[in-house]
Design a protein around this ligand. Structure first.
Ligand SMILES: Cc1cc2nc3c(=O)[nH]c(=O)nc-3n(C[C@H](O)[C@H](O)[C@H](O)COP(=O)(O)OP(=O)(O)OC[C@H]3O[C@@H](n4cnc5c(N)ncnc54)[C@H](O)[C@@H]3O)c2cc1C
Length: 391
């Protein structure tokens, strides 16, 4: 019986041009050859594979969403498909890239002056320098728009920043951390590029996470950190600009959710064909096929939704609500899909060596970061009713 093992069931890769398909293939080969065989060891030890970064950088996939400034470019569709491809093998690696190429580079691309983009983006596109994005605080998560307590005070040609951040991915080793802080004078949220080693900046790795254990999340303390005015993102004068960055990156997280679900589905399908019970492969049982088809439907529906969102982004027609709907929908479907995959593997579903357990755990973080399901639902709810229900 011929089989269709490809989880790209509706052939979305045909929407890419040859260069895009080649980039996907290159990335897939790297992830399968270099990352998959070793990632469980890093996950268990809560370590990041720094030694693989030079090879990773050669894929030239940082800055796919941006034009110019040394970025490879290509647009939202290839950017999203690459995010999916990374998460399909490992959601931590895809999160690392989401923070670097999406949140950090995106903040500079969308909120920096021409001169600032020329200064920082080329070295970030080549991954000679790595970025982080500090918005969330210990006491302020979903309510960041109005509730940030980290402050910035202008002092001549400098700014003095005080406060704390929590959950900041890549921050333990990043060269540039984008810090969002409230200007004490006008009360508006502004963005600052804080360089590694700046006096008063300290980062502490968060330990014992049960998800995305390879990602180095950090608590940050900013104690009288001095940043020159030239390192304040010149086009970020309120949270509206921060929201523009999140609009871009929430679409990327939706693609990551598709990748996480797809990876779990593909492992489950392979397992179902191999694993024998009652004298036949479990893939031959109707109830197992039901699980597989539910998974494939989730992956396909989510990927199609993301592909259409990418087209809207390319036209400049995507609003906050379009990214928010994709983030909320795809992460719900991801969580369901990884659960089905775990179920299909029976006891082996909780063993790291069978990969699916890692996807189950990592899905929990993707489900909550960059706006929980509730917050993204409220963004969409506001758009369709005209009523804000946040508070
Ligand atoms: C692994 C990981 C990586 C992260 N990386 C980064 C990073 O690099 N940079 C960064 O700045 N942040 C990062 N975050 C933070 C992340 O964006 C926040 O966790 C997220 O925004 C939710 O905030 P919170 O965890 O404080 O939850 P809370 O805001 O405390 O929410 C708790 C619960 O209350 C619900 N809730 C809150 N307000 C409402 C409301 N108005 N109506 C209904 N329900 C509501 C939420 O949906 C949630 O279920 C990361 C988080 C994780 C877990």
């Amino acid at each position: 019986m011929p089989t269709t093992a490809d989880a790209d069931f509706y052939g979305l890769d045909r929407l890419l041009d040859d260069a895009g398909r080649e980039a996907v293939q290159r990335t897939r080969e790297f992830m399968i050859k270099e990352i998959e065989p070793v990632i469980n060891r890093y996950w268990t030890r809560e370590e990041f594979p720094h030694e693989l970064i030079p090879a990773f950088a050669r894929l030239r996939i940082a800055g796919l969403a941006y034009d110019g400034y040394g970025c490879p470019g290509g647009g939202p569709l290839i950017d999203g498909m690459i995010a999916m491809e990374l998460a399909r093998v490992d959601p931590s690696i895809s999160t690392f890239m989401g923070v670097h190429s999406g949140l950090a580079m995106g903040s500079i691309y969308l909120c920096g002056s021409e001169q600032q983009k020329q200064r920082w983006l080329p070295q970030m596109a080549s991954m000679a320098k790595i970025g982080a994005f500090g918005l969330t605080e210990p006491d302020v998560g979903s309510g960041a728009a109005g509730g940030l307590t980290t402050t910035a005070r202008r002092d001549g040609d400098q700014w003095v920043i005080n406060g704390q951040k929590k959950w900041i991915g890549n921050a333990t080793f990043a060269d540039y951390i984008i810090i969002w802080a409230r200007d004490q004078q006008d009360g508006q949220v502004k963005g600052f590029v804080v360089e590694k080693g700046t006096p008063g900046l300290s980062t502490t790795k968060m330990k014992d996470k049960i998800a995305l254990r390879v990602v180095q999340n950090a608590y940050i303390t900013l104690d009288g950190v001095r940043v020159p005015e030239s390192d304040r993102l010149q086009n970020a004068d309120s949270f509206r600009q921060t929201a523009k960055v999140l609009r871009l990156t929430r679409a990327g997280v939706a693609w990551q959710a598709v990748g996480c679900a797809r990876g779990a589905y593909e492992h489950a399908l392979a397992y179902a064909k191999e694993r024998q019970q009652f004298g036949r492969p479990i893939a031959a049982f109707q109830l197992v096929q039901d699980l597989l088809v539910r998974m494939l439907a989730n992956v396909t529906a989510s990927a199609c939704l993301c592909a259409r969102l990418a087209q809207l982004q390319a036209e400049g027609a995507a609003g906050d609500e379009h990214s928010a709907l994709a983030k909320a929908f795809c992460t719900v479907r991801m969580r369901e899909t990884v659960g089905y995959a775990r179920e299909l593997l029976g006891g082996n579903g909780i063993l790291l060596e069978h990969q699916v357990g890692r996807f189950v755990a990592d899905a929990e973080a993707i489900y909550s970061y960059e706006g929980t399901r509730e917050i993204n639902t409220l963004v969409v709810g506001r758009a369709i009713t005209g009523q804000s229900a946040f508070v």
